[in-house]
Design a protein around this ligand. Sequence first.
Ligand SMILES: [Ca+2]
Ligand SMILES: [Ca+2]
Length: 371
Amino acid sequence: MHFRSLRLAPGVAALVLLAAPALASAQALHAWNFDDAVGTLLPGVANSITPAALFATDIPGVATNGSGALSIQYNNIATTAVSYAPVGPYAPATGIYTLTITVAGWDLPSGTTNLQTVYFDLRNAAATAASLVTELTFLASDAGVSVRYRDSGSANNNIFLTGLPTTRSTPFILTLTINRNTNTFAVSYTDGGVTTVAIPEKALSTGSAGRTISHFDLRTLGNFTGGSFTVDSVVLASVPVLTPLQTWRQSFFQTTEPQTEPVTGSSADAADFDSDGIPNLVEYATGTNPALPTLSPLALGRDAEGRLTLGFTTIADPALTYTVQGSVDLIDWTTVSSFTSATLPAGLQLVTDTAIPGDGPRRFLRLSVTR
Ligand SMILES: [Ca+2]
Ligand SMILES: [Ca+2]
């Protein structure tokens, strides 16, 4: 723990008390890494692999990590009975997850009579069309390749991203983010180093809400010949849900975790990055900018009886405890008031000292913020 005192005005000081945090980091749940240099070519040969074949066992040169299974189809799954291998003990009823698919390229023959598609989808255990949670489709047509997003088994929810060439040999990275806390999803893609949000956060269909994602499937729909689809990797990962403080720290310091040693590290709670005398955690707790010199967040005053008052703004983060303490010698401190946003709604607070005037020649108040 570190202590840091801040003198704001005669008789007033602010203090921040720090505790070491223990926070989770991002975790890859399942990763299918294709171990050849350019990715695994999925040749456009009609029905070359039997339905429900697994990458790990049926396609040479493909490796998988983790206990999950990736199912691949080459023929029309819509008319074929398929048994899916489960993606391990994976039941994301809550939390945020990303599915990142790195495609090395493709060569999908266009045609209007038999549209060529490659599907990525996440399904629940039942693996029925109505249980689709999300679905991403590369669709080859005369107009080029589209990426189609669908959040249910219904074709009515299609949203198309058009303009991709029918043939390409440069990486295309597609990321699907599923937020099970809010039952929403979003899609972005990275092409040539530029990331574009294709679908901002959008509600999952009612047919998928509350369902368990337990299967991942990559397949082509329609037997195309003379083309190919090349995949580098498929990674399913959980994304930690940031606390309000982590979100704040990320926005100002590009990191979710505080630097702990030395205490002067720019993102440390007790650090004063902008040298305005206010520690970062106090800047956060009182709503000021830690990267811009700020006037004191504390306003000292007196009430009608002559007691000291301390005014300051609090934020709605229940993890914070605000404590006002008083002292006559800056050595021994007693608590005047202690509260959280659960006991006192966020906003302007005015704390009145418990000491009566005339107790001594000097009186100090300070604000302590802990988390
Ligand atoms: Ca500061
Ligand atoms: Ca500041």
